[in-house]
Structures are given as C-alpha cells and as structure tokens.
Design a protein around this ligand. Structure first.
Ligand code: FES
Length: 89
C-alpha cells in the first residue's frame, strides 16, 4: 500500500485527541504556547499517551523559526545576537 499525503492537507498528529498539524500550527501562531502541554490546553484537551509531544514541539520550533525568518527584529529573544547579549548580561 502506498500512502500519499496531499500537499497542504491536514495530517493527524495526535491520534488520542485527533489533533491535526493545522490545528496545532494555528494554536501556536495565535496563542503562543511555550510548551507542548500548553498546546493541548489551547486546543481544549490534555496529553494522553504523549507520543505526539515530540512532533508538537517540532511544529512549535518550525513556527518560531518561520516567524523569525519573516522579520525577526533585533529585539526578538530568538534572534541570535539578542540571545547572546542576554546570556552575557
Ligand atoms: S497521540 Fe497525542 S496524546 Fe497520544
């Protein structure tokens, strides 16, 4: 059997709570959760088996990287120069 994922089609990331990558991405973009546990909360559920947590963290990291790539100001704490200055302070 060949599995074909349509480009842009939602993919179930959390089978316990039936959460799609689209729903997770939207929650990350609009609610800015800082942990995978907060993502579940934003979507009105909680972790069950936890197998999806790593994928949720990856989606969070990708969203932050994408936002920074679009126009991260020097004051953004994700910006490498700002992070280095904060670490030195
Ligand atoms: S797959 Fe997400 S909690 Fe089980």
């Amino acid at each position: 059997m060949v599995h074909v994922r349509l480009r842009g089609a939602p993919m179930i990331v959390c089978s316990c709570n039936v959460l799609t990558d689209h729903a997770i991405r939207k929650a990350v973009e609009t609610r800015a959760p800082r942990t995978a546990g907060q993502v579940y909360g934003c979507l009105g559920c909680s972790a069950q088996c936890g197998r999806c947590a790593q994928t949720i963290r990856q989606i969070m990291d990708d969203a932050v990287a994408g936002a920074c790539a679009k126009g991260c100001a020097a004051a953004c704490h994700h910006h490498p120069h700002t992070a280095a200055a904060e670490a030195a302070a």
